[in-house]
Design a protein around this ligand. Structure first.
Ligand code: DQA
Length: 146
């Protein structure tokens, strides 16, 4: 199977950004762990991070022609603002899992709304980097049981 991991704005700062909220692991650490775990299950994991909404939209479009089975996405703050990301995911009709390091419901009210959750296959939040691993496991059991 073939999976795509997407990370939105500011997630390139993981490790140094508000470590009390987001932990001390860098995005590269998280991606390296996930790639290892994916390859152990004969799965190819592609990864892309961008601070720009349009680049994420275009990466999602590209995923269709690449035959991506499942997208795992931490949209960062675009979670709470981006109808364009929602429409891109609907447009390619690739199942996706939404993840957040923090529990967005334990934070400011403006983070309680997601433009993606109601169309996601599932949502994982509040568990830090482990949430990425859980999303990978869920994606693998989705694709490898088909
Ligand atoms: C986040 C939560 C968002 O509210 C925030 O804007 C982020 C990260 C998380 O992983 O907890 O950038 O998606």
């Amino acid at each position: 199977s073939k999976l795509l991991l997407l990370n939105g704005p500011n997630l390139n700062l993981l490790g140094q950004r508000e470590p009390n909220v987001y932990g001390t692991q860098t995005l590269d650490d998280i991606i390296a762990t996930l790639k290892t775990q994916a390859s152990q299950r004969q799965c190819e994991l592609l990864s892309f991070q961008s601070n720009a909404e349009h680049e994420l939209v275009e990466r999602i479009h590209q995923a269709r022609s690449e035959g991506i089975d499942v997208i795992i996405i931490n949209p960062g703050a675009l979670t709470h603002t981006s109808i364009a990301l929602r429409d891109a995911l609907l447009g390619v009709s690739i199942p996706f899992i939404e993840i957040h390091l923090s529990n967005i419901f334990a934070r400011e009210a403006f983070r309680h709304q997601s433009y993606l959750s109601d169309i996601a296959a599932g949502v994982i939040m509040g568990l830090g980097p482990v949430g990425y691993e859980l999303a990978l496991q869920a994606a693998l059991s989705k694709t490898q049981s088909r």
